[in-house]
Design a protein around this ligand. Structure first.
Ligand SMILES: [Zn+2]
Length: 351
């Protein structure tokens, strides 16, 4: 075959392939690297999963998975309020002392002037029933309105007595304020989480009343105003895309810690900076998953934290957050012990 002929054939082949316009949703590349991937069946040290949502699960089934994966305790952030919350607490706490519960903020009556007092009374019952924390979800700042129909900022003065009381009772307050950066951007071809948002357009806040930055600054003012209260920022304090801001917030607020739940995709795509963060704040970073207990899921978290494996899938149950893979952080033992268990134990304070 003359070289012109083979060249023509080659061009024809390449052109034919290039004409295949594969849909993004059909693109499922398989990892082509020949580098080791370790299966970490059990964590190197016992684990407390400080961020999970177990309301709909069977405690006995969850315990089996916990045993299989070396999870000593699991904290259920109940999404129920009132009597339903009390029932859920009982269901888990009477099954095993390996469950703990963080309460969900009950906004009913928020328009009334006695809301803070009523909330403290409600929380008293929950604390008596054994809760170890209180969670403020992203609805504060994005949808909770007061009697005048005005959006309540996260640092609304009317909530101050609640934060003070939680400090007095030594009950940590968890904030999930705002959401990933991509959710505040238009769902278009430039959005790095396009596929996820296209599948869940209701997750986007491109026209929120406050900007993401404003919401985080409001939240940080609450940390500063209540120095005797312990705060936890769920999901890296919703700043996984900006670890400099995470560092700044941790440095300014000694009463603040973060959990890593559902943010291995963010940490694992910037492994050098992420590792530095863990080494800088080993006492203020808490293990949590935010994913229903599952053997494979826990093992991916362990691979991420313990090994130096490169370019692997991150744990997720739902759609992938973005089209990238992650890298292990091979954290040293003393840091692992703290992140896996000791930091959470301090927050549980014997509860
Ligand atoms: Zn959660």
């Amino acid at each position: 075959m003359c070289s012109q002929e083979s060249q023509d054939k080659f061009v024809a082949m390449v052109t034919a392939k290039a004409e295949v316009d594969l849909r993004l949703s059909d693109f499922e590349p398989v990892r082509g690297l020949k580098s080791p991937l370790h299966v970490v069946e059990k964590p190197k040290f016992p684990v407390i999963d400080y961020h999970n949502h177990l309301d709909a699960t069977d405690p006995l089934e969850v315990l089996k998975i916990m045993d299989e994966c070396g999870v000593e305790r699991c904290v259920n952030i109940t999404m129920r309020v009132g009597e339903a919350a009390l029932g859920t607490i009982k269901k888990f706490h009477s099954t095993s002392n390996r469950f703990a519960t963080i309460a969900w903020m009950d906004w009913s009556g928020v328009e009334k002037p006695d809301f803070a007092d009523v909330t403290i009374e409600r929380l008293k019952r929950l604390v008596d029933a054994g809760v170890c924390g209180l969670k403020f979800w992203k609805d504060l700042g994005l949808s909770v309105t007061d009697a005048d129909g005005k959006m309540m900022p996260v640092d609304d003065e009317r909530l101050a007595p609640i934060f003070e009381k939680m400090g007095e009772w030594n009950i940590p307050v968890m904030f999930h304020t705002s959401d990933p950066d991509a959710f505040f951007r238009p769902i278009d071809k430039h959005n790095e989480r396009y596929e996820e948002l296209a599948a869940h357009p209701d997750w986007a806040f491109s026209s929120s009343f406050y900007t993401k930055r404003q919401l985080l600054e409001q939240r940080n003012r609450v940390f500063a105003r209540h120095p005797k209260t312990t705060f936890v920022g769920a999901h890296l304090g919703e700043s996984g895309e900006d670890l400099d801001f995470v560092v700044e917030t941790l440095e300014k607020n000694p009463n603040y810690s973060i959990d890593i739940s559902a943010r291995t995709p963010e940490l694992g795509r910037q492994p050098y900076r992420a590792r530095d963060l863990f080494l800088k704040f080993p006492d203020r970073i808490i293990f949590g998953t935010d994913l229903l207990p599952d053997i494979e899921m826990y093992r991916l978290y362990y691979r991420f934290l313990e090994t130096a494996d490169e370019y692997f899938d991150y744990p997720t149950h739902a759609s992938r957050q973005g089209r990238w893979n992650i890298y292990g952080l091979y954290l040293p033992d003393d840091v692992l012990k703290k992140v896996y268990r000791e930091n959470a134990l301090k927050l549980l304070a014997g509860r």
